[in-house]
Design a protein around this ligand. Sequence first.
Ligand SMILES: [Zn+2]
Length: 398
Amino acid sequence: MSKLVPPHGSDTLMALLVPETERAESLRRAQSLKRVPMTSRETSDFLMLAMGAYTPLTGFMGHDDWHGCCADMKLSNGLFWPIPITLSCSRDLADSIAIEDTVALVDQDSGEIMGELEVLDKYAIDKAFECQHVYRTTDPKHPGVAKVMDQGEVNLAGRIRALSEGMYPRQYQGLYYRPAETRALFTDKGWSRVAAFQTRNPMHRSHEHLAKIAIEVCDGILIHQVLGALKAGDIPAEVRVKAIDTLTERYFVPGTYIQAGYPIEMRYGGPREALLHALFRQNFGCSHLVIGRDHAGVGSYYGPFDAQHIFETLPPGSLAIQPLKIDVTFFCYKCDGMATARTCPHGPEHRLEISGTRLREMFAKGEKIPDEFSRPEVVAILKEYYAGLRSTGSGPTQ
Ligand SMILES: [Zn+2]
């Protein structure tokens, strides 16, 4: 009997990935099906479905689930779900597809057939309604809103059969763990209280501090990287992986952490996205999710602790996973160590805080990054990355 938290709304993980031995035959059949292209966000959701990270969903949401999810964070069966997982296409393509048709789902960036969808519902949505509820704004400058506004006019829904995970298992070998695999790893280590640490950044000392607070109170931590698409200016996954490997090898106790990655594309949906991050971490077997300042936020759309407060508004029993809420972390020269706003009584003038924008500027100008901000081994890796960008003339933009 596993001591881990159960999957969300289900006793077992949904396995939507067709066994490898049957894939070639299914792919041959899929070649003759009508093709529906998926955007990078839709492909990332497809991959999350495929690996069971979105258990108990078995495919893209129909109208009633979409509506309930936007308005009340509930599927039509009453189960908690904070962000719609949908697939869109053009009106013309939707008109050519009948209910109960099976279509081939194609990643529009790679052209690869990823799987099949048995279409059980097609419906147009009010995009502004979705954005206002999920993102709390309809501002097209918000990257998550922009993607909803750009998507096709009609949503297609139904059960998927996944035939490929694209380049992920090969490109991220040793990092790309599916929920069944992280659960097995945790069980092998004898862990039951496992914190997930979500990151799309290389880990500086504030992130290290957050992770170590979690290790103090849990059996171990899953350092869980976003491997899907990010926004311009974010550090690519390969560089982050190297930086985090270097940090953990030198500054973490072996056996207290696992570094892994997962294929989601960030929506930058702040509080609602924090809830989705918690939900699928439960599927990965985590009992806690570290929620620091401005989790999954972007710009100034969300208050710094909105992603913590939203957990307090959920009806009891919505999730088995718990947030591990931690205040803003920094180095304080007066405390002479890492601290949080809860543990350091000193003013901002004693604290070392560097914004992402300022940090990029410091790298661009070749300024010294203080050791109190980031470990020198991590800084060296980032320096090399930024130097490469400058020599190719493709500097990061924000
Ligand atoms: Zn202090």
